[in-house]
Write a protein of this length. Structure first.
Length: 253
């Protein structure tokens, strides 16, 4: 997935300007930056949800050339605000919520197939949400809802997964599980793009894209010393990176 001279708008205002970004296929890319840098706006533009100038291409095909159904199969999207229970009907169960992820694969007015039900069960088992599948979504805690919404994302079975703050409301064990899910998806050749505030998790990604004031500050491998230096500069020297085993963590300076 590539972006060339991309500008993104909310109303008349350009939130992002002249971005050139390459998202490696089959890798995990994390988008990071200070508050207000435009991270969520970039992810929404990649999902085709915001007005834009410039090019976004998937396998050399312009994003605008995909139909809504084709794009829904190609790319799954987890919104930062999706875990707000007020967005969902009182009677919608966790299971039915995950089944919504199968809509791009279903015909008009068709009932879910056996394959749809198997995909939903597999996704909910992966996110440890299967045991409360019959409960109404509004009765779940924030962390439980997030696991259901992550299962809905997985159920789409798309090539590209866009996730805005996927760790929101998750406790440490389920945050650790998230890293396992990422590894499983990467082994299947999926392309993952996350917006994360947790720098130590973002550094687990293969590739980092740093935004600042609507521009690309730096992009590169998460293991490259130049990337680490750019990350420290991104936050005005207020953090430092330390190696812990094979991983890097960000600490206050």
């Amino acid at each position: 997935m590539k972006m060339h001279q991309l500008s993104v708008y909310r109303g008349p205002c350009a939130i992002l300007s002249d971005l050139n970004i390459d998202i490696p296929r089959g890798k995990w890319t994390s988008i990071i930056g200070p508050n207000g840098a435009g991270k969520s706006s970039l992810l929404q533009a990649m999902a085709g949800l915001l007005r834009r100038d410039g090019l976004i291409t998937i396998d050399e095909v312009n994003l605008s050339e995909f139909s809504s159904r084709e794009l829904a199969k190609k790319m799954a999207w987890l919104d930062q605000g999706s875990s707000n229970s007020e967005e969902f009907d009182d009677s919608l169960s966790a299971y039915d919520t995950v089944m919504l992820g199968r809509i791009p694969h279903q015909g008009w007015l068709h009932l879910p197939s056996d394959a749809d039900h198997l995909s939903v069960e597999s996704a909910m088992q992966q996110t440890d949400a299967w045991h409360f599948r019959h409960r109404p979504l509004q009765q779940l805690s924030g962390g439980e809802r997030q696991r259901v919404l992550l299962a809905r994302l997985l159920a789409v079975d798309s090539d590209i997964l866009l996730m805005d703050e996927p760790l929101a409301n998750l406790d440490p064990p389920h945050q650790a599980d998230f890293l396992k899910w990422q590894g499983n998806l990467l082994s299947q050749g999926k392309t993952l793009v996350t917006v994360l505030h947790e720098i130590h998790f973002a550094l687990r990604a293969d590739h980092l894209v740093m935004l600042s004031e609507g521009k690309v500050h730096f992009q590169g491998s998460s293991q490259d010393p130049r990337t680490h230096q750019a990350l420290v500069e991104l936050f005005d020297g207020r953090i430092r990176l330390e190696q812990l085993g094979h991983d890097w963590v960000a600490l206050p300076n």
